[in-house]
Design a protein around this ligand. Structure first.
Ligand code: NAD
Length: 366
């Protein structure tokens, strides 16, 4: 029997099975193909609720250890995202080691598709950073276990608008909980990052009459979105101390940390970015202590996953949207539970997801 220690102790001498055991992973698949140059890792975290679905990230990792840690961490996150969204899916993810702007070829993507196929449906892929729908079309030539396909191939196309809709639902639920109304008219909202998701979110918010302020490091896109939706823009990255009602991180992770929590003046943090809390436990508690309501990221940004999930049995956009709308009710449920049990909203969300997995495990064992 393996003795489970702190994960960082294993990272030093890189005992992969021990790391997997610590994080409760089921399977890790290493793929190496000399001819195409493919070096990929597929991680299957937990298939209690269904096949492991998660995108493939192509990234120029500095080392294979870095890639392993990334894929293990990301796949685990997918288990909880699927569980809390009520989907019959487990958590998985894949990484391809390489520069997506230089190393991606049809042969490489098809070889990757062969590896996905070899898992017989235990893992279903989709796009993530460094991938797009046309890459998934190449993967599809080798396997049916792929989602994130273009609309004309029966896929759900770009998932970002659905992700944005889910975040909008999460923001409305937060407003309902704090102010007793989900109407965002005249609420001051800072949207940090107006990329694929952020721009769509700005559209929903401005249509409802919210007072939206946007920020992005990409100046030309910032100006374009500001002109299009007639909202104020801030070029400086010093946005954390702005006097707003809602801060919506839609750019990068870890923007909620020791330094920024000090500065925040908002009542609500609710956005699309993955892993917003630098330290989940510590920073969710710090937000709570400061009286700031945090809508858990993996709950409110699940629209994209819901969208690709709906491809599995024949894509139905209306169904995907109506399932994404449920993020509103689940978010409220989490807030009430957090209040009742005196735990952070982040803990409440994890508990709900874990309970769903445990219940199914119990049923399967009977
Ligand atoms: P994107 O790359 O299209 O947009 C990100 C935007 O953030 C870009 O415009 C970029 O210039 C800007 N940005 C980067 N660093 C910044 C900084 N320091 N300050 C301000 N702006 C900055 O990405 P996206 O698809 O819109 O995703 C946004 C976030 O949501 C990411 O964290 C992503 O992981 C997460 N997410 C996306 C989806 C989806 O469906 N696309 C689903 C779940 C989670």
């Amino acid at each position: 029997m393996l003795k489970v220690k702190n994960v960082n102790d294993y990272v030093k001498d890189f005992q992969v099975i021990e790391i997997m055991s610590n994080m409760n992973h089921e399977q890790l698949v290493f793929c190496n193909d000399k001819k195409t140059g493919l070096k990929a890792i597929i991680a299957i975290h937990d298939t209690t609720l269904g096949p492991a679905l998660g995108g493939t990230r192509m990234w120029n990792y500095n080392s294979s250890n870095e890639a392993i840690i990334d894929v293990l961490r990301l796949s685990r996150g997918m288990t909880f995202k699927a569980a809390i969204s009520g989907l019959s899916l487990g958590g998985g993810k894949a990484v391809i080691i390489g520069d997506s702007s230089k190393d991606k070829t049809e042969a490489l993507m098809r070889k990757f598709g062969e590896y996905v196929n070899s898992l017989g449906g235990r893992y279903i892929t989709a796009e993530d950073v460094g991938m797009n729908t046309s890459d998934m079309v190449l993967v599809k030539k080798e396997t049916n276990f792929v989602t994130g396909l273009p609309l004309d191939m029966g896929g759900g196309g770009n998932p970002s608008p659905v992700t944005a809709y889910g975040v909008y639902m999460g923001i409305k639920a937060s407003s309902k909980y704090i102010w007793g109304t989900d109407n965002l008219y005249s609420k001051k909202v800072l949207v940090q990052g107006v990329g694929h998701v952020g721009e769509n979110l700005v559209k929903h918010l401005t249509e409802e009459g919210a007072n939206v302020i946007i920020n992005d490091i990409n100046k030309s896109n910032l100006k374009r979105v500001s002109d299009l939706y007639n909202c104020k823009m801030i070029e400086s990255s010093k946005v954390y101390d702005l006097d707003v009602d809602i801060y919506s991180p839609c750019a990068l992770g870890a923007t909620i940390n020791d330094e920024t929590i000090e500065l925040l003046k908002c009542d609500i943090v609710a956005g699309a970015a993955n892993n917003q809390l630098k330290d989940e436990k510590k920073h969710s508690k710090m937000l709570q202590d400061k009286g700031i309501l945090y809508a858990p990221d993996f709950l409110i940004n699940a629209g994209g996953l819901i969208n690709v999930y709906s491809e599995i049995n024949g894509y139905d956009r209306e169904k995907a949207i109506s399932q994404t709308r449920k993020i509103f009710d689940t978010t409220l449920k989490i807030f009430h539970r957090s209040e009742k049990e005196n735990i952070t909203t982040h803990e409440a969300a994890y508990l709900l997801a874990q309970e769903r997995i445990n219940e199914t495990k119990k049923l399967k064992n009977n």
